[in-house]
Design a protein around this ligand. Structure first.
Ligand code: HEC
Length: 474
């Protein structure tokens, strides 16, 4: 009986499925019923170039003086003067020659695995069919280092970070990171890359480099690494097809970890861009990461409400740092920061209460326990979006957002005492950081203004828009 039912089900499904297919094929074919649909640049070719080529061929990093993010430059080619793409003539298209593999090796992508035969064939077909650009107007890249965005109002701030040497402050903009010289609050660098959304911009421990996690929603996730003094993009690595979050540097500045919208934690090598860690223990977006002391662990927080400990060497999930008893946690977690000298972490999220935990459990878990908890701080309004230790580890800052209001609180780490606070009537706060000398805190959020706050009394020292605003002419 069972068997018979099963057969009926399968054949019904098959019928349903084939009729769907029928519909699909007839619309995709359009006018010509016999030929395969034309290759789409936007849907089929561009993703191949994004994933394999654009990291080295974009305005901020033009390998062989060849830019592949702008369609007219993509056709034209680079320093050799050979046309990269000749519509209708694949054999005269230099790009095709560069990606064709012989004996498992191809000139491009440089120092990487060649494209698959299927991908190369797709590019060939697209060129043969006329190499048309079907990119929708709203998906064309408009900005680069020579053409930074023009603002009519300040975009919301998602990340602020002081360089450890105290010289610079990095702030997210649209399509760019703005780097300020702290000594005179002048805008020093505008680092314009491919990603429109910047989720985190974090200085390396030696203050020389800036790691940026971000992307273009639904299209591309990206890690950028900038050499600050040279104002140069040293690495652009495409990862997945959506925005990336929460970048962090290893203590030796050789690795960058980040959170992904496919629920994974990953890390790449700064030198090569190669992936060196992949962990899929979370079951929702991973929002922030931090390395443990000596780079032996990575700690990640996620919208799945958990704080996870991953061992670097084995890439394996080791432990849930916080309690995982149902009901113990409320809502997702958005921020994690490691204590400057101990394997302890501060985290914050939807329950509004920043907490400090031991990273590594010294007692076996008992159901329902929250053994690693060291300290709970006073609640902020709404959700906590960022937490940071001061560099001497005596203080903790957290900021939050609720119904368009923001709050910032500074606490004593040793006894949890609230030292100062600041309320923002209009606009939540999403990012905060201590200056390395511990005297000021910087915060930003929905209204796009940078606030510099005196740690001692919570008074506002300075408030400004990080982006140049072109006032509408009246
Ligand atoms: C790791 C960096 C890197 C990646 C990835 C890369 N390229 Fe290149 N590409 C270069 C550099 C550097 C040159 C300059 C010549 C050289 O050094 O070999 C170059 C040169 C070229 C040229 C010659 C341009 C000219 O006219 O001089 C073409 C065409 C090209 N690349 C296509 C591609 C394509 C297509 C991909 C992706 C499938 C790709 N490259 C991926 C770094 C890269």
């Amino acid at each position: 009986m069972h068997h018979r039912k099963f057969c009926l089900c399968v054949s019904a499904l098959f019928l349903l499925f084939s009729s769907y297919l029928g519909i699909f094929l007839s619309t995709a074919n359009g006018e010509d019923e016999n030929s395969a649909p034309k290759v789409s640049f936007f849907r089929q070719i561009r993703p191949i170039f994004q994933a394999n080529c654009q990291g080295c061929h974009q305005p901020a990093k033009r390998g062989g003086d060849f830019v592949m993010t702008d369609f007219s430059q993509l056709k034209k080619g680079g320093e050799t003067g050979m046309p990269a793409i000749v519509p209708g003539d694949p054999d005269s298209s230099y790009l095709l020659e560069q990606i064709k593999a012989t004996d498992g090796k191809a000139d491009m992508p440089k120092a990487a695995k060649p494209l698959s035969a299927g991908e190369v064939e797709l590019v060939r077909r697209w060129i043969t069919e006329g190499a048309n650009d079907d990119t929708p107007k709203n998906a064309v890249t408009k900005f680069d280092m020579d053409h930074p965005p023009i603002y009519s109002n300040a975009p919301q701030i998602t990340t602020v970070d002081y360089s450890p040497d105290g010289k610079y402050l990095a702030i997210s903009g649209y399509h760019e990171v703005l780097v300020f010289n702290v000594s005179n609050w002048q805008l020093q660098y505008r680092l314009v890359g491919l990603s429109e959304r910047i989720e985190s911009a974090i200085f390396s421990n030696n203050s020389q480099f800036l790691a940026v996690a971000g992307g273009s929603p639904g299209r591309r996730g990206e890690i950028q690494i900038w050499d600050i003094a040279k104002k140069k993009l040293v690495l652009s690595r495409g990862v997945l097809y959506d925005t990336l979050y929460g970048a962090s540097w290893s203590a030796d500045d050789k690795l960058i970890a980040f959170g992904c919208p496919d629920n994974t934690v990953r890390a790449i090598s700064v030198e090569t861009g190669e992936q060196v860690l992949f962990n899929g223990a979370h079951n929702n977006w991973v929002m922030d990461t931090t390395f443990g002391l000596k780079d032996e662990h990575i700690v990640s927080v996620s919208r799945d409400m958990s704080v996870k400990l991953i061992e670097f060497k084995s890439q394996r999930f080791m432990d849930n740092i916080t309690s995982i008893t149902p009901g113990a946690l409320k809502g997702g977690l958005y921020a994690v920061d490691r204590h400057p000298t101990k394997n302890e972490i501060a985290c914050g999220g939807a329950d509004g209460t920043p907490k400090i935990y031991k990273m590594i459990r010294d007692k076996k878990r008992v159901i329902g326990d929250d053994h690693n908890l060291i300290r709970k701080f006073g609640a902020l309004i709404g959700r906590v979006y960022d937490v940071k230790f001061s560099s001497d580890a005596t203080k903790l800052v957290a900021c939050s957002s609720l119904d368009g209001k923001g709050e910032l609180k500074i606490f004593n780490v040793s006894d949890g005492k609230e030292l100062a606070s600041l309320s923002v009537e209009k606009g939540g706060l999403f990012a905060c950081d201590f200056s390395p000398d511990g005297k000021t805190v910087v915060a930003g959020g929905f209204d796009g203004l940078v606030r510099v706050v005196n740690v001692e009394d919570g008074k506002l020292i300075k408030q400004f828009s990080p982006v140049p605003i072109e006032l509408a002419k009246k």
